[in-house]
Design a binder for this molecule. Structure first.
Ligand SMILES: Cc1ncc(COP(=O)(O)O)c(C=O)c1O
Length: 433
């Protein structure tokens, strides 16, 4: 058995199944987009460690910031004031959507969502939350109550939070209303008005929580008109609009936050994932006006805003700005879309190519146009064997995500895209010339 195989066995002996790694790669060294396994194999990481490593593995400036911070102190625990924590907060609110100028730090995405739920309930005095079918917001019980990307993540944990309602997400390729997206006239927001008429009056709703770019649920960017529709509904009824940008934030789509593409400002945004280049950190960001109504004894976190994670976050945000990575991400995204769309023209098993920046998806279908999870899995496995790491998503696991770091080089991108195209050609045998 190779070294990787034996490590997997050791992992299986002591680490619970939900935390087993997807792939038997024993990571030896990670630099930028490239991982070298301990048995000497080279991989291109087009997962960015679950859309976390927006600067790739071990960016030198982030590592240096962390080393410097560790020489000073590593924990403040809500007892002392750390320069690193304050500086990271200042930097994060400076790039947050307009008017969101105060934050609360936690440690992860799911915790940021918990914090957003508590902030919304506490400050509004209302209980009910509306979320979207297909959304994913985390695994802790509050966040899980909003998540519905797959019933498997809810199985045996119910009942979850009461007063949570789910409405359709505008995943247009698999339209929940069975409509041609061009002719639908924005039906999805109307469903919320129907919910108000039949099930819960808007006066009881504290928040609508939505991913502006549906992540785990299949990589569907919401149309701008839908997000604008949500904004109107929230304004009309005094409901807080919460955008969960744990996956789509921090430059992943070529803007600091995905909602900027639609020009829609949320009342609260959740951030985690890429914020600290792999160090655990999350934040819920809102207006100082709303945040100041949240009182000290009613919430808190011992590890939230950890100085080492915050030093990493500050360096991460500065590097993205200084190295022009938002613009670079948009260019990379256009390149990926173009080459995948060319591929789709030749291959009927690609149902759709979509996305923005370095958040791109390819949805696979069978000959009859139905979701094809098997082809998708075969492709991921075959690409892995050739040194390209990819992950899937979606209810039927028929969507491949291409989420390289924002600073992926041209050569790495070409290499990854060539492996993807060649492998698909070899597998599907459906190339039309
Ligand atoms: C949109 C969204 N929200 C929340 C989470 C949960 O984040 P974490 O795994 O850090 O708890 C995720 C994780 O993928 C996510 O994509």
């Amino acid at each position: 058995m190779d070294e990787g195989g034996s490590l997997v066995q050791r992992a299986r002996a002591v680490i619970a199944p939900p935390a087993h790694p997807c792939y038997p790669i024993m990571i030896g060294r990670g630099r930028g987009t490239v991982i070298t396994s301990r048995d000497g194999r080279r991989f291109l990481d087009f997962t960015s460690g679950h859309a976390v490593l927006n600067l790739g593995h071990n960016h030198p400036k982030v590592m240096e910031a962390v080393r410097q911070q560790m020489k000073s102190h590593v924990h403040a625990g809500g007892i002392y004031c750390s320069e690193a924590t304050v500086a990271a907060a200042e930097e994060l609110v400076s790039i947050a959507p307009d008017g969101l100028d105060m934050l609360f730090f936690g440690n992860s995405g799911t915790e940021a969502v918990e914090d957003a739920i508590k902030l919304a309930r506490y400050t509004s005095g209302r209980q009910t939350i509306i979320a979207c079918t297909g959304g994913y917001h985390g695994r802790t019980l509050g966040a899980l109550s909003l998540s519905s990307s797959s019933s498997s993540c809810r199985w045996r944990y119910q009942p979850l939070l009461p007063s949570v309602y789910h409405v359709s997400y505008p995943a247009c390729f698999i339209c929940p209303c069975g409509m041609n997206p061009e002719a639908c006239g924005d039906r999805c927001p109307e469903e919320i008005e129907r919910l108000f008429q039949r099930q819960v009056p808007p006066e009881e709703v504290c928040a609508i929580v939505v991913e502006p770019f549906l992540g785990e649920g299949g990589y569907y960017p919401a149309p701008a008109s839908y997000l604008k529709g949500l904004r109107r509904i929230c304004d009309r009824h005094g409901i807080l609009l919460i955008f969960d940008e744990v996956q789509s934030g921090v430059g992943r789509t070529g803007k600091w936050f995905c909602c900027e593409h639609a020009g829609v400002r949320p009342d609260i945004v959740t951030v985690a994932g890429a914020i600290a280049s792999g160090f655990p950190l999350g934040a819920v960001v809102s207006s100082a006006e709303l945040m100041r109504r949240w009182r000290a004894p009613n919430h808190g976190s011992t590890f939230g805003g950890n100085p080492v994670s915050c030093a990493a976050a500050l360096a991460t945000l500065r590097v993205i700005g200084e190295e022009g990575l938002l613009e670079a991400t948009r260019v990379t995204g256009s390149r990926m879309l173009r080459s995948l769309q060319d591929l789709a023209m030749q291959n009927p098993r690609i149902g759709e190519v979509r996305g923005m920046g370095c958040m791109i998806a390819v949805e696979f279908v069978d000959e009859a146009g139905a979701a094809d999870g098997s082809l998708c899995q075969e492709l991921i496995d075959a690409c892995l064997a050739k040194g390209l790491i990819l992950i899937g998503c979606g209810l039927k696991q028929n969507v491949v995500r291409l989420i390289p770091p924002l600073n992926v080089t041209d050569a790495e991108l070409s290499e990854g895209m060539a492996i993807f195209a060649d492998t698909l050609h070899g597998l599907s045998g459906k190339v039309r010339t």
